[in-house]
Design a protein around this ligand. Structure first.
Ligand SMILES: [Zn+2]
Ligand SMILES: [Zn+2]
Length: 338
């Protein structure tokens, strides 16, 4: 069967190349060959658009997605009725040892019409796919250089482990004030959708202090719980939205005995070191383009902040052990509640 084979080395991770390839909505920003491809990239679904190549009229395409292996392989199949023509479009992303990606961009043709069209395909479609490869390479490499605001605290020098004595909300008038008598631990960035983030910042910054450390002082009537269904009850200022303290009242919860604070609200600007970034991939769920994740992780690496898609391994181990502890001592805890 006539097969068109093209390839390119892209100086970007397979995840990054994939994020551009799998984001049809943003094709008009870079993809001149199939700029208007629309649909949902799920196996079995159809996508539709227009193939644009030199010396050939625009060709409407409406293929069905036949194979999707995230960050590795994408295939779609176009078929004409009666078996006169078929074209299986294949993208294979091979991560190389040096961190680049080898893209194999092929198409396998079948049917008598394909044989007739082959000279045109071999010349014009080949040229179009080679251009597609150059554009995708430029796109992915550009996305890899993107600079994003992770959190204002990432640009500051850490000053002290025990940083926060007074936290103040963002209100210009009558700010909520609480004092923190305990030490702060596990200061980290959080990408989850629940933690409070300063405007324009991708991550929240959160730390814990032993329960009972946070004492409400001024204008605390402005505080209310953001979401009473959450195990961590986050108290926020109703005016400026800043979260002042998160409390855990469920004795069985793995974070019982802790209070959550945002060190950036410290009135003295003291900044504990950021130990890790939690729930980085959750950024995608709250609207960050998957194409930005490579740059975000690269920036975190540059700041020596390890990124996880959960809590840090030490906290995950603590949580796992807490579950075991709980399972072994349920009667004791039940007794103590009575
Ligand atoms: Zn406020
Ligand atoms: Zn969070």
């Amino acid at each position: 069967m006539p097969t068109l084979e093209t390839t390119v080395i892209i100086n970007a991770s397979a995840q990054l190349v994939w994020s551009a390839l799998d984001d049809l909505e943003r094709y008009p920003e870079w993809n001149e060959i199939i700029p208007d491809l629309k649909g949902c990239t799920i196996v079995g679904e159809r996508v539709s658009g227009t193939l644009k190549q030199d010396n050939t009229p625009d060709i409407p395409i409406n293929p069905v997605l036949t194979r999707i292996v995230g960050a590795r392989e994408l295939r779609w199949l176009s078929e004409a009725p009666g078996g006169v023509f078929s074209a299986e479009h294949i993208f294979i992303l091979e991560p190389t040892e040096d961190g680049t990606t080898r893209l194999l961009h092929n198409e396998v043709f079948g049917g008598p019409v394909a044989d007739e069209r082959w000279p045109n395909i071999d010349r014009n479609t080949r040229a179009a796919y080679e251009k597609f490869n150059r554009l995708l390479k430029a796109r992915a490499e550009e996305l890899g250089r993107e600079a994003l605001l992770l959190h204002p605290a990432t640009g500051k020098d850490a000053s002290s482990k025990i940083a926060c004595s007074l936290l103040r909300c963002r209100c210009q008038r009558d700010p909520v004030e609480v004092t923190v008598s305990g030490p702060t631990y596990h200061n980290h960035l959080c990408g989850c959708s629940k933690c409070w983030k300063p405007e324009g910042s991708l991550f929240a910054q959160v730390a814990v202090t032993p329960a009972g450390s946070v004492e409400e002082k001024q204008n605390v009537e402005k505080l209310s719980i953001v979401d009473a269904m959450q195990k961590i009850e986050r108290y926020a200022c109703r005016e400026c939205g800043a979260h002042i303290v998160g409390r855990v009242t469920d004795k069985e919860h793995h974070f019982y005995g802790l209070e959550f604070i945002h060190p950036e609200l410290a009135d003295n600007g003291a900044q504990p070191p950021i130990e890790f970034a939690a729930f980085a991939s959750s950024l995608v769920e709250s609207g960050t383009s998957p194409s930005s994740m490579h740059a975000i992780r690269r920036q975190l690496r540059g700041l020596s902040i390890p990124a996880y898609d959960a809590f840090s391994p030490e906290l995950m181990d603590v949580i796992a052990w807490h579950r075991v502890k709980l399972a072994q001592s349920i009667p004791t805890i039940a007794d103590s509640k009575n």
